[in-house]
Write a protein that binds this ligand. Structure first.
Ligand code: NAD
Length: 427
C-alpha cells in the first residue's frame, strides 16, 4: 500500500483519531466541555535544527514533540524517524498513546515525537548527531516526571541510549528514567524489546478464544517485520500458529506450508530486511506484496507497519477472520465500516499493541525504585494486565453491543473524562 501524500495521510490519520473520540463521546453522552478538552492536544513543539553530515554538509531537519494529554500523569510515547513524519501524524500518534494508557490503566498521558528524515540513508554517526541535537531541542518538554520518550518506527534501544546520555549530560547527573526501551545495562527492563509482540500474541489468543477458533494450526499473515511484526510472528509461531505471509519495505515472503519464522528472524536481523530469504515465494515489490498479503485467506491478519493501510478502497478485499492491529492506526474509519459489514473481528491498536507502553511503565517504575525485576515477573505482570484489559473491553462491547474499537474508545474516553472532571479546569 503506497502512502501517497504524506501531509494528507497525516491529516487523515488525525481526523480518524479525533472522529473516533467524537464518536465515543456521543455514545457516552459526554459533557460538551469535557469533550472539548479531550479532542484537542495540550502542547505541540516544532523544532528545526542543523546536523553536520559525514561529508561536511550541514542539513536542516524538522522534528516534533506533541503532548496530547497529561491529565493522568507524565505523558509518554515513542519517537519515530521517517521521511513522512508530520505534525498531524505525530499528533494522531500522541492521541492514540493517551487513549492506550487510559484503556489499560497505566498512569501516563500520551505523547509522541518524530523527525522527518530517512534513516536508511544515514550513517550511524549522523543518526547519533541528529538524535542528540533533537533531544537538546525538545529538552524543555521531556523528563521523568514530565514526558518520557521510547522507541517507535526506525528508532531502537541505541537511540534511547543516546537520548538518555544527552539528557543526563545536560542535567549534570545520570537520569535513566527519562526514556524507556533503553539497553538493560543502562536501566532498561527485561522483556521491553519483545513486549509489544508478546502482548499482541496474548490478545490474539484471547480473541481467537472469544470467536471459538483453536490457536493450533491457525494461519497468520503479518505486515511489517520490525520490532512489532517480528516478535508477534515469533510468539504466535511458538504457540502453534502457521505464519503464511510476511511483508516489509522490500517485499513479501509467502509459504502456504508456513514460513520458518526463527530462520526469517535471524535473516532479517542480519540483513535489516526480509529480502534474500532463501525459502518460500518472494514478491520483490512492496506494493504488490502488501496487496497480496492483505487479501489472503487467513485466520488472522496483523498489520504491524504503518497507519492507513486498510482503507475504504481495499477493505472489501480482506478475507481474514480476525484483524489484530499491531501498528498504530493501520485501519481507517472508512476501512472499519467495510470490515464491520463483512463481520471481520478487529482488536484495536489502543488495546492490542499496548504491551509496549505497559512494559515501558514497568521500566519507569523499576528505574525510579532503582530495583530491577526478573523477566518472568515482567512477563507475568504484562500477561495479567493485557488479558484483564482485553476481558474488560470485550465484556463492555458485548454489554453495549458495540465493536471492540468502539468499546476501547468509550472506556478510554470515559476514564479520561472522569479524571478531568475530578481535577477541574484550571484556573
Ligand atoms: P520498526 O521500524 O521496527 O519496523 C517497521 C517495519 O515495517 C519494518 O519491517 C519496515 O520494513 C516495515 N514497513 C515499512 N513500510 C512498510 C510497507 N509499506 N509495507 C510493509 N512493511 C513496511 O517499527 P516498529 O517499532 O515495529 O513499529 C511498527 C508499528 O507498530 C508502528 O505503527 C508503531 O507506531 C507501532 N508500535 C510500536 C511499538 C513498539 O514498541 N516498537 C509499540 C506500539 C505500537
Amino acid at each position: 500500500m503506497r502512502r501517497e501524500f504524506s501531509v494528507s495521510q497525516g491529516q487523515r490519520f488525525l481526523q480518524d483519531v479525533i472522529g473516533r473520540i467524537d464518536g465515543a463521546a456521543k455514545k457516552l453522552n459526554l459533557d460538551e466541555n469535557i469533550h472539548k478538552t479531550l479532542r484537542t492536544p495540550r502542547r505541540s513543539l516544532i523544532v528545526t535544527f542543523p546536523v553536520k553530515m559525514d561529508d561536511g554538509e550541514v542539513k536542516i531537519f524538522t522534528g516534533y514533540r506533541v503532548q496530547y494529554n497529561y491529565v493522568k500523569g507524565p505523558s509518554k510515547g515513542g519517537i519515530r524517524y521517517h521521511p513522512d513524519v508530520t505534525l498531524e501524524e505525530v499528533t494522531a500518534l500522541a492521541g492514540l498513546m493517551a487513549l492506550k494508557c487510559a484503556v489499560v490503566d497505566v498512569p501516563f498521558g500520551g505523547a509522541k515525537g518524530g523527525v522527518a528524515c530517512d534513516p536508511k540513508k544515514m550513517s550511524t554517526d549522523e543518526l547519533e548527531r541528529l538524535t542528540r541535537r533533537y533531544t537538546y531541542m525538545i529538552l524543555p518538554l521531556i523528563g521523568p516526571e514530565q514526558d518520557i520518550p521510547a522507541p517507535d518506527v526506525n528508532t531502537d534501544y541505541q537511540t534511547m541510549a543516546w537520548i538518555m546520555d544527552t539528557y543526563s549530560m545536560l542535567r549534570g547527573y545520570t537520569v535513566p528514567s527519562v526514556v524507556t526501551g533503553k539497553p538493560f545495562e543502562l536501566g532498561g527492563s527485561k522483556g521491553r524489546n519483545t513486549a509489544t509482540g508478546r502482548g499482541l500474541a496474548y490478545v490474539t489468543e484471547s480473541m481467537l478464544k472469544k470467536v471459538g477458533v483453536d490457536i493450533g494450526g491457525t494461519t497468520v499473515c503479518v505486515q511489517g517485520f520490525g520490532n512489532v511484526g517480528m516478535n508477534v510472528a515469533k510468539f504466535l509461531h511458538d504457540d502453534g500458529c502457521k505464519i503464511t505471509g510476511v511483508t516489509d519495505m522490500t517485499g513479501g515472503i509467502f509459504d502456504a506450508d508456513g514460513i520458518d519464522i526463527h530462520n526469517l528472524v535471524a535473516h532479517a536481523e542480519k540483513n535489516k530486511c526480509i529480502r534474500g530469504f532463501p525459502s518460500g515465494q518472494f514478491v520483490p515489490d512492496s506494493i504488490e506484496a502488501n496487496t497480496k498479503l492483505l487479501s489472503m485467506k487467513t485466520d488472522v491478519l496483523i498489520p504491524a507497519a504503518l497507519e492507513n493501510q486498510i482503507t475504504e478502497s481495499n477493505a472489501s478485499d480482506v478475507k481474514a477472520k480476525v484483524i489484530v492491529e499491531g501498528a498504530n492506526g493501520p485501519v481507517t474509519r472508512g476501512g472499519d465500516e467495510v470490515l464491520n459489514r463483512k463481520g471481520i473481528h478487529l482488536v484495536p491498536d489502543i488495546l492490542a499493541n499496548s504491551g509496549g507502553v505497559i512494559v515501558s511503565y514497568f521500566e519507569w517504575v523499576q528505574d525510579i525504585q532503582a530495583y530491577l525485576w526478573s523477566e518472568e515477573e515482567v512477563n507475568e505482570r504484562l500477561k495479567r494486565l493485557m488479558t484483564g484489559s482485553f476481558d474488560q473491553v470485550s465484556d463492555f462491547a458485548d454489554e453495549h453491543r458495540v465493536t471492540l474499537r468502539e468499546a476501547a474508545y468509550m472506556l478510554a474516553v470515559d476514564k479520561m473524562a472522569e479524571i478531568t472532571k475530578l481535577r477541574g479546569i484550571f484556573p
